[in-house]
Write a protein that binds this ligand. Structure first.
Ligand code: ZN
Length: 481
């Protein structure tokens, strides 16, 4: 469950230790990486400040910059225009906490054990916030999804607040954005360093934005019964309702209106930053925790059952004028584990210098952001918990579900049937609608071998991307690499 609560509850956690250590490091004129501090870890910071904006349940292809309708996301589109957009970015698991812990640990959910919401991140995990704090950045978080609440004695949390000096949860996005903006007025300046994470819960279900957002993109003459309430959308799935084109357009219009609401709040944060002359000093990262199935598969509106591109693909944009390439659009395969090494490297740390057991699984995308160097990765793997795996190359996606597991996240109706193996040709079928496994047994066999090698690498603790098996290299050649 990750339904937002109605009541408002705020909690603030302050952890002075890491920030004080960072101050000491700054005072000494030395940039230290967490867990070590050796000379090898000294790098030139590429940005004074980092602003990470994540949006819950934001499906990439609803945004204008990803091919969505005009007017849904003008502020996010502008960020993409002024920065670098990744067209093929994925979360390893389409659920809030597993996704965000992946971003913050550079480990896959199977490694951290965070396969569902309400699981607890171990203290031994060295998080992005902890690493940035050790580099001297003031770390702050503003979140609205209750799944991401700070841990305290009253309400145990998932411990994703590790490393944040300030961590505040709000019951609505508007209040949260106002508080985040006020905080950035003091934390972001021409002196000092700051990392702020802002997480919007909208457009998470129910899709029920306030006026005027509720009617911005809906058909003017709609007379049907469907809306964006959780009750209605669950009924479509439970009763396997055939929606007409107008019904679907109505629901999608409400969803898009909710996206526009968040876009206006994102505009406020970025404009405030730019108006103070801090654009060049600040790396802005825009992403989602996961996407959303919007009636694409099994008449389902949600994400927690899905293994498909509709929910696994996320928007990912980096902007820093003068440092990050402007107007660049990349089709490299990137995944949530890449965020930590990229941000730590950009902030002046060495991502590989860390406490034992915390070596990043992901890749530092810094060279790609600054000089268009290609990301060295041929395939990625996403999962549903640890029982269904999907291996993707730029051409194919292969679903491996050997036990025939039916995801039974709420609602519990068993309609989301996933084959034991499915294959989709993304070149002609990017929304994964037509299973062509039976027509391409040789591709299926190759994808299975790649997946087995990836999983063996995971079990062995090796970075899957770094596997150097010549048989795999030959197979990748055959697949077009
Ligand atoms: Zn989420």
């Amino acid at each position: 469950m990750e339904t937002p609560e109605v009541s408002r509850r705020r909690g603030t956690r302050r952890r002075g230790g890491a920030w004080c250590a960072g101050l000491v490091a700054l005072a000494a004129g030395v940039v230290l990486a967490a867990g070590c501090g050796g000379a090898d870890s000294v790098r030139e910071p590429q940005a004074r400040h980092l602003l990470l904006i994540t949006v819950d349940t934001l499906r990439a292809d609803r945004l204008g910059c990803y091919g969505g309708r005009e007017g849904v996301s003008p502020a996010i589109d502008r960020l993409a225009h002024e920065g670098t957009l990744f067209d093929e970015a994925y979360t390893p698991l389409s659920l809030t906490l597993p996704s965000m812990t992946t971003l913050f640990t550079s480990k896959y959910p199977e490694e951290t054990g965070i396969l569902r919401n309400h699981f607890k991140l171990e203290d031994s995990e060295e998080t992005l916030a902890e690493r940035l704090a050790a580099l001297g950045l003031r770390t702050s978080a503003f979140v609205t999804n209750p799944v991401l609440r700070a841990h305290d004695a009253e309400v145990p949390g998932p411990r994703i607040d590790q490393g944040f000096a300030d961590y505040e949860w709000f019951a609505d996005d508007v209040s949260m954005a106002e508080a985040a903006q006020a905080h950035m007025e003091t934390a972001f300046g021409k002196e000092g360093r700051a990392f702020t994470w802002v997480h919007f819960v909208e457009p998470h279900q129910p899709y029920e934005p306030a006026a005027p957002y509720d009617a911005l993109f809906t058909p003017a003459d709609y007379v049907g019964e469907w809306d964006g309430s959780t009750e209605a959308l669950n009924r479509v799935f439970s009763e396997q309702v055939d929606l007409g084109p107008d019904d679907l357009e109505q629901v999608l219009g409400i969803y898009d209106g909710t996206v526009r609401l968040v876009d206006d709040l994102v505009r406020g944060l970025v404009d405030a930053l730019d108006a103070r002359g801090l654009a060049e000093d600040t790396l802005v990262v825009f992403a989602a925790d996961h996407g959303e199935d919007l009636y694409d598969h099994h008449r389902y509106f949600y994400h927690s059952k899905s293994v498909y591109r509709s929910s696994a693909r996320i928007p990912l944009v980096f902007r820093q004028p003068g440092t990050v390439q402007a107007g660049a659009r990349r089709d490299d395969l990137v995944v949530g584990v890449d965020l930590l090494p990229t941000l730590v490297g950009h902030a002046g740390g060495d991502p590989t210098q860390c406490a034992p057991g915390n070596t990043p699984r992901g890749l530092d995308l810094g060279a790609t952001l600054r000089s268009s160097e290609s990301v060295r990765r041929s395939h990625i793997v996403t999962t549903w918990r640890d029982s269904i795996h999907v291996l993707r190359t730029s051409r194919w996606s292969f679903v491996h579900n050997p036990e025939g597991v039916i995801p039974l996240d709420p609602p519990l109706d068993p309609h989301y049937v996933i084959g034991k193996q499915e294959l989709y040709d993304l070149a002609v079928d990017p929304n994964e609608q037509v299973d062509v496994a039976a027509e391409h047994p040789e591709i299926v066999a190759q994808m299975r071998t790649l997946l087995e090698a990836w999983r063996a690498g995971m079990r062995a603790g090796a970075a899957p991307e770094a596997l150097q098996d010549p048989r795999l290299a030959e197979m990748l050649d055959q697949l077009g690499y």
